[in-house]
Design a protein around this ligand. Structure first.
Ligand code: KG4
Ligand code: ZN
Length: 367
């Protein structure tokens, strides 16, 4: 019996359906605007009729949240309100597309922060109504998965996709018929969450992932060893909470001057424990399911050490690897537009009463 088969049977669903609506009309591909406001990036992107990205504008709220050490939901939604019009207009300008040329809209419907999602969803609804163009709601997770094909439209299926973001550490098997099976996921913290919480303990600035990535580059990954959690032998699930506790205990045993002196080694060792488990499990999934391709997507896939380990392992094992460029790793609207385009092509449409759904499960988009 293949690894994770129980979970697979329970959670099998079709990928890239991307809408809560009934299949209806035929969509003739043309310029499409994607919108993303699920967390701390306001983003808008335009795809051309062939699905190529012609603009991808990302306005980060990092400076807004930095003083608080994490995302403040109320500030996030307010900032989206202030920013979305300018970001969308800039994306249209950079793409050289007139509003009247748009043939479709795709917006992140969930999961994410409720107040933030509402801003994008309502903006899309208003545009859809005013311009009389079809709209689809997209799962943020499906957006991340789609980012694997943005730069490499011919990336092969079947393949394994590892989604590693602030909220997810999910391993999927993508099948030829468009089906997508969940092979494993985190039992506690997501990989990005482990980075963010670890960074907070180390006194680094928000967002924690890039801060640990930078600091680790001047440290040794083997000077201070951290536990790697593989769970039971064949499991493709992840667990990062024990690692977080290990960092806490190590910090408690040090005084401030030791913490300062060893901060780069702590960051490098902590990072190594996260990324080696991610790499090992991703390649274990590739082997267990007999596929020859692996895509790694989501904010954590921007991590320097993770990227280099993945590239090394892929080239020694002859596995084709899709690692999106950095602008498609963290939250962006190009990936939402790409997933939305697939939904429109399949005849999906969202009605104007579509609601943002903070807890949207990717499986909810199944048809
Ligand atoms: O995909 P994303 O932008 O948003 C979510 O959907 O959550 O991912 C954000 C996560 C954060 O936890 C952030 O710390 C992490 O991705 N991240 C990184 C790096 N850049 C972003 N983690 C490690 N190394 C990085 N370079
Ligand atoms: Zn994301």
């Amino acid at each position: 019996m293949p690894i994770g088969v129980r979970r697979s049977l329970e959670t099998s669903y079709k990928f890239m359906i991307g809408s809560n609506s009934e299949p209806t009309a035929v969509w003739t591909p043309g310029p499409l605007l994607g919108l993303e406001t699920s967390c701390d990036e306001t983003s808008a992107a335009v795809l051309n009729a062939d699905g190529a990205v012609v603009s991808n504008v990302i306005s980060s709220q990092h400076a807004v949240h930095q003083p608080f050490g994490g995302v403040v939901p109320e500030l996030s939604s307010r900032t989206h309100i202030e920013t979305i019009e300018g970001v969308a207009s800039q994306a249209m300008r950079e793409a050289g597309v007139q509003w009247s040329d748009l043939t479709g809209l795709a917006v992140t419907q969930g999961p994410g922060l409720a107040g933030s999602l509402i801003v994008g969803v309502n903006y899309a609804k208003a545009l859809s109504y005013a311009l009389n163009v079809p709209m689809v709601g997209v799962s943020h997770l499906e957006g991340h998965i789609s980012s694997a094909w943005l730069q490499e439209p011919t990336f092969p299926v079947p393949c394994v996709v590892l989604v590693v973001s602030g909220g997810h550490s999910h391993l999927y098997l993508m099948q030829l018929d468009g089906g997508c099976t969940l092979l494993g996921c985190t039992r506690d913290d997501a990989a990005g969450e482990a980075f963010d919480k670890g960074a907070q303990m180390l006194g680094l600035e928000y967002p924690g992932g890039p801060a640990i990535d930078r600091l680790a580059q001047s440290g040794s990954a083997t000077a201070i060893l951290f536990p790697r959690s593989y769970l039971r032998k064949e499991s493709l699930d992840f667990s990062f909470s024990g690692l977080k506790t290990a960092l806490l205990y190590k910090l408690q045993q040090m005084d401030q001057s030791q913490r300062d002196a060893q901060a780069p080694d702590l960051a490098a060792g902590y990072q190594e424990a996260i990324v080696t488990v991610l790499v090992d499990k991703a390649f274990a999934a590739v082997k267990a399911y007999g596929v020859a391709a692996l895509a790694v997507v989501g904010g954590v896939s921007a991590n320097t050490r993770l990227r280099s380990l993945l590239q090394r392992r892929a080239s020694t094992s002859g596995i084709r690897l899709s690692l999106p460029p950095l602008s498609y790793c963290t939250d962006n609207a190009a990936m939402i537009a790409a997933a939305g385009r697939q939904a429109l092509l399949r005849g999906k449409r969202a009605a104007l009463d579509m609601e943002a759904n903070a807890c949207l499960a990717v499986h909810a988009l199944t048809t």
